[in-house]
Write a protein that binds this ligand. Structure first.
Ligand code: 13P
Ligand code: SF4
Length: 392
């Protein structure tokens, strides 16, 4: 392996996978508090000018978000990337599946970069293509394969999105899961079933609270058990087959804390993301996507009090931006998303300075076939109405 002499930050071995491009990881991460890093990022960004577009997911650290040209949820960011054809380099400060979606929706002339390739998503990793294919085969064996529509949450790998594209399904996000499920149930008449992955909680919350299905209509497919842990009769009777996946952050909020908070402050508003468990969502006042949470707080009356169940970086920023509100994090035992937090200022500086030096690190490049079918599933989602008729 060739070592290229570049003005790179001393990153720890194993944090980046740049060997294909001939760059060896030269050391440990410096502390993020290094005051020079802010200036170095600013200078490198300025040098790259219009050639660079930095996207920052709402859950990113402050030290990174300050350099984002646009912030948003995963879906908004992918669209923003697609709307910037003049940008040669899209640096995605988020996690792997988001960078893949940006690569799928941008042109071949644009390069999507993830500053740390180890920034994955534990939820997305809970549904692997081979496992999903096994579930699909089991549904066919149960005699219901012809009426199943696969719907995958945006938080899934590109090959899972492509699976949905190939099999008449679609992608959804936390903002349009209801619309996507209603569309799915129109595909094969009253017998239609949905296979929903990877987040069982988003699937259950949407099916039960927005579509009016019962908990008995839902079964959970455990990919680690033979036949998903389900009998053929259970598969035949189910209206929605939920993948046994969850978010390691949102899945940890607890309904008990909501009771405690309400006992202390009966006026408190509980606002949570639909990746939280059904028990938490049932006790909340308002449920919605990251963008919905931001919008709700923006419109909240001065003096009102809120406990928010979503990623801590975002909740802290909301609290700072709205000093006229009382905003708290919903649970003292839930921590930051560890993979989102892998993108830190040292990684961003290294990415930008490498680009200035002509080295493109950590490229996310989805293969053509996967890209084609994943785009089919994404385009089906884009063709859906923005809101369910019942919401109007
Ligand atoms: P959104 O960005 O779609 O709100 O998803 C939440 C999340 O957990 C992202 O990783
Ligand atoms: Fe994945 Fe949850 Fe982290 Fe989002 S917050 S990246 S869903 S683990």
């Amino acid at each position: 392996m060739t070592t290229v002499d570049l003005p790179l930050l001393p990153l720890g071995r194993g944090t980046d996978l740049d060997t294909e491009r001939g760059v060896e990881c030269p050391g440990d991460l410096p502390p993020a508090s290094d005051p020079n890093l802010v200036e170095r990022a600013r200078v490198a960004k300025e040098k790259l000018g219009e050639r660079l577009f930095i996207l920052g997911h709402h859950y990113q650290r402050d030290e990174v978000i300050q350099f984002a040209d646009v912030t948003g949820d995963s879906f908004k960011l992918a669209r923003e990337a697609a709307a910037r054809p003049e940008a040669e380099y899209i640096v995605f400060c988020g996690v792997h599946f988001m960078a893949e979606s940006a690569d799928i929706l941008t042109s071949d002339e644009q390069t999507v970069i993830l500053p740390d390739l180890a920034a994955g998503c534990s939820m997305a990793d809970m549904a692997r293509l081979g496992q999903v294919e096994d579930a699909w085969d089991a549904l066919a064996d149960a005699g219901v394969g012809d009426v199943v529509v696969p719907i995958t949450y945006m938080n899934s790998s590109a090959d899972i999105k492509a699976f949905c594209g190939r099999h008449g399904g679609a992608v959804c996000t936390s903002s349009n899961a209801e619309v996507a499920l209603r569309w799915a149930y129109e595909q094969h008449g009253p017998d239609t079933k949905v296979l929903f992955f990877p987040d069982q909680h988003l699937g259950r919350n949407t099916a039960v609270l927005q579509l009016g299905l019962s908990l008995d209509d839902c079964v959970v497919w455990n990919p680690l058990l033979p036949n998903g842990g389900l009998t053929t009769e259970e598969l035949r009777a189910a209206r929605i087959i939920l993948w046994k996946g969850h978010c390691s952050v949102h899945g940890r909020f607890s309904p008990d804390v909501i009771d405690e908070l309400r006992a202390k402050d009966p006026e408190i508003n509980i606002l949570v993301h639909p990746e939280c468990t059904h028990e938490v969502v049932l006790k909340a006042d308002l449920i919605g996507s990251t963008e919905f949470i931001i919008d709700t707080i923006r419109k909240a009356p001065a003096g009102s009090s809120w406990a928010i169940g979503t990623e801590l970086n975002l909740v802290k920023r909301l609290a700072q931006a709205h000093p006229d509100l009382s905003i708290s994090f919903l649970d003292r035992n839930v921590c930051y998303c560890s993979t989102m937090n892998r993108i830190d200022l040292p990684h961003l500086v290294r990415t930008l300075e490498s680009l200035v030096a002509g080295q493109v690190l950590n490229v996310i490049d989805v293969d053509d076939d996967t890209e084609h079918w994943a785009k089919v599933a994404l385009d089906r989602m884009l063709a859906l109405p923005a809101k369910a008729p019942a919401d109007d």
